[in-house]
Write a new protein. Structure first.
Length: 174
Protein backbone atom coordinates (compact mmCIF):
# COMPACT_ATOMS: atom_id res chain seq x y z
CA UNK A 1 0.00 0.00 0.00
CA UNK A 2 1.33 3.44 -0.92
CA UNK A 3 0.22 6.73 0.58
CA UNK A 4 0.74 9.99 -1.25
CA UNK A 5 0.25 13.66 -0.54
CA UNK A 6 0.47 16.72 -2.72
CA UNK A 7 2.24 18.76 -0.06
CA UNK A 8 5.92 18.32 -0.91
CA UNK A 9 7.60 21.37 0.55
CA UNK A 10 11.03 21.51 -1.05
CA UNK A 11 12.50 22.17 -4.37
CA UNK A 12 14.74 20.06 -6.33
CA UNK A 13 11.21 18.85 -7.11
CA UNK A 14 9.67 21.01 -9.81
CA UNK A 15 5.98 21.85 -10.07
CA UNK A 16 5.41 19.35 -12.88
CA UNK A 17 6.90 16.63 -10.67
CA UNK A 18 4.39 17.41 -7.89
CA UNK A 19 1.37 16.33 -9.91
CA UNK A 20 -0.23 13.01 -9.09
CA UNK A 21 -1.43 11.10 -12.13
CA UNK A 22 -2.94 7.64 -12.38
CA UNK A 23 -0.90 5.64 -14.87
CA UNK A 24 -3.50 2.89 -15.03
CA UNK A 25 -7.10 2.58 -14.01
CA UNK A 26 -7.22 2.43 -10.23
CA UNK A 27 -9.33 3.01 -7.17
CA UNK A 28 -8.20 5.66 -4.72
CA UNK A 29 -9.34 6.24 -1.16
CA UNK A 30 -9.38 9.80 0.13
CA UNK A 31 -9.91 11.36 3.52
CA UNK A 32 -10.17 15.12 3.86
CA UNK A 33 -8.12 17.16 6.30
CA UNK A 34 -10.95 17.81 8.79
CA UNK A 35 -11.83 14.14 9.01
CA UNK A 36 -8.18 13.17 9.38
CA UNK A 37 -7.75 15.72 12.17
CA UNK A 38 -10.74 14.22 13.99
CA UNK A 39 -9.25 10.74 13.68
CA UNK A 40 -5.89 12.00 14.95
CA UNK A 41 -7.58 13.55 17.99
CA UNK A 42 -9.11 10.18 18.80
CA UNK A 43 -6.01 8.12 17.87
CA UNK A 44 -2.92 10.36 18.37
CA UNK A 45 -0.52 7.57 17.32
CA UNK A 46 -1.74 8.00 13.72
CA UNK A 47 -0.11 11.42 13.53
CA UNK A 48 3.25 10.01 14.62
CA UNK A 49 3.03 7.20 12.05
CA UNK A 50 2.10 9.64 9.26
CA UNK A 51 4.93 12.01 10.23
CA UNK A 52 7.46 9.17 10.16
CA UNK A 53 6.15 7.96 6.81
CA UNK A 54 6.23 11.49 5.39
CA UNK A 55 9.75 12.10 6.68
CA UNK A 56 11.01 8.86 5.15
CA UNK A 57 9.36 9.46 1.78
CA UNK A 58 10.37 13.12 1.49
CA UNK A 59 13.97 12.56 2.52
CA UNK A 60 14.29 9.58 0.16
CA UNK A 61 12.96 11.67 -2.72
CA UNK A 62 15.15 14.58 -1.67
CA UNK A 63 18.26 12.36 -1.61
CA UNK A 64 17.32 10.71 -4.92
CA UNK A 65 17.23 14.17 -6.56
CA UNK A 66 20.53 15.30 -5.04
CA UNK A 67 23.58 15.05 -7.31
CA UNK A 68 25.58 13.93 -4.29
CA UNK A 69 23.31 11.00 -3.36
CA UNK A 70 21.36 10.18 -6.53
CA UNK A 71 23.65 7.30 -7.51
CA UNK A 72 22.85 5.43 -4.30
CA UNK A 73 20.41 2.54 -4.33
CA UNK A 74 17.08 3.02 -2.51
CA UNK A 75 18.41 0.75 0.25
CA UNK A 76 21.56 2.85 0.65
CA UNK A 77 19.48 6.06 0.69
CA UNK A 78 17.31 4.48 3.37
CA UNK A 79 20.36 3.80 5.54
CA UNK A 80 21.73 7.28 4.87
CA UNK A 81 18.53 9.16 5.56
CA UNK A 82 18.38 7.68 9.06
CA UNK A 83 21.51 9.71 9.84
CA UNK A 84 19.94 13.05 8.91
CA UNK A 85 18.21 15.31 11.41
CA UNK A 86 15.81 17.95 10.11
CA UNK A 87 15.99 21.32 11.87
CA UNK A 88 13.94 24.44 11.37
CA UNK A 89 16.48 27.22 11.65
CA UNK A 90 15.52 30.85 12.24
CA UNK A 91 16.45 33.45 9.65
CA UNK A 92 19.96 34.93 9.97
CA UNK A 93 21.21 32.10 12.19
CA UNK A 94 24.95 31.52 12.08
CA UNK A 95 25.47 27.81 11.43
CA UNK A 96 29.25 27.91 11.69
CA UNK A 97 32.19 30.32 11.60
CA UNK A 98 35.45 30.13 9.73
CA UNK A 99 37.84 28.23 12.01
CA UNK A 100 35.11 26.11 13.68
CA UNK A 101 35.63 22.33 13.66
CA UNK A 102 34.18 20.63 10.58
CA UNK A 103 31.89 17.98 11.97
CA UNK A 104 28.81 18.12 9.71
CA UNK A 105 27.76 18.13 6.08
CA UNK A 106 24.53 20.05 5.42
CA UNK A 107 21.81 19.88 2.77
CA UNK A 108 19.26 22.65 2.34
CA UNK A 109 15.71 21.35 2.34
CA UNK A 110 14.06 24.72 1.95
CA UNK A 111 15.34 28.29 1.98
CA UNK A 112 18.77 29.80 1.47
CA UNK A 113 22.18 29.77 3.12
CA UNK A 114 24.80 32.43 2.56
CA UNK A 115 28.43 31.28 2.54
CA UNK A 116 30.88 34.12 3.18
CA UNK A 117 34.25 35.15 4.49
CA UNK A 118 35.37 38.46 5.98
CA UNK A 119 38.00 40.78 4.57
CA UNK A 120 40.68 42.52 6.68
CA UNK A 121 38.21 45.24 7.61
CA UNK A 122 35.66 42.70 8.84
CA UNK A 123 33.37 43.32 5.87
CA UNK A 124 31.42 40.30 4.61
CA UNK A 125 32.50 38.87 1.24
CA UNK A 126 29.75 36.62 -0.08
CA UNK A 127 31.06 33.47 -1.78
CA UNK A 128 27.72 31.80 -2.53
CA UNK A 129 23.99 31.95 -1.89
CA UNK A 130 22.84 28.32 -1.82
CA UNK A 131 19.24 27.16 -2.13
CA UNK A 132 17.11 24.04 -1.76
CA UNK A 133 18.89 20.86 -2.82
CA UNK A 134 22.41 22.27 -2.38
CA UNK A 135 24.83 20.86 0.14
CA UNK A 136 27.62 22.66 1.97
CA UNK A 137 30.21 22.09 4.67
CA UNK A 138 31.75 19.21 2.75
CA UNK A 139 35.24 20.65 2.25
CA UNK A 140 36.25 20.71 5.89
CA UNK A 141 34.64 17.33 6.52
CA UNK A 142 36.43 15.69 3.57
CA UNK A 143 39.80 17.31 4.32
CA UNK A 144 39.41 17.04 8.11
CA UNK A 145 40.17 20.74 8.48
CA UNK A 146 38.46 23.62 10.27
CA UNK A 147 35.74 25.56 8.45
CA UNK A 148 37.12 27.91 5.81
CA UNK A 149 34.10 30.24 5.71
CA UNK A 150 30.97 31.30 7.57
CA UNK A 151 27.50 29.91 6.87
CA UNK A 152 24.38 31.88 7.76
CA UNK A 153 20.75 31.19 7.01
CA UNK A 154 18.55 33.63 5.24
CA UNK A 155 15.56 31.31 5.85
CA UNK A 156 15.51 27.54 5.61
CA UNK A 157 15.16 24.04 6.88
CA UNK A 158 18.39 22.11 6.77
CA UNK A 159 19.15 18.44 7.02
CA UNK A 160 22.60 17.92 8.48
CA UNK A 161 24.51 14.70 8.79
CA UNK A 162 25.79 15.78 12.12
CA UNK A 163 27.72 15.02 15.21
CA UNK A 164 26.50 18.10 17.02
CA UNK A 165 23.60 20.51 16.66
CA UNK A 166 24.44 23.65 14.64
CA UNK A 167 25.02 26.86 16.57
CA UNK A 168 21.67 28.40 17.68
CA UNK A 169 19.48 25.63 16.29
CA UNK A 170 16.27 24.50 17.95
CA UNK A 171 15.12 20.93 18.42
CA UNK A 172 14.58 18.63 15.46
CA UNK A 173 11.19 18.96 13.75
CA UNK A 174 10.60 15.23 13.49
Amino acid sequence: MEIFSENLDFSPITEDMQNVKALTECEVLEINRDELNEIIKRYPRIQEVLQNFFRQRVLDLFLACSPLFSSLTPEDREALFKRFRLYKVPEKTLLFRGGDPSDSLYMIKQGEVEIYTQNRNGKRVILAALRSGNFFGEIGVLLNRPRMAFARTTQLRITPIEQRRPRGVCSPIF
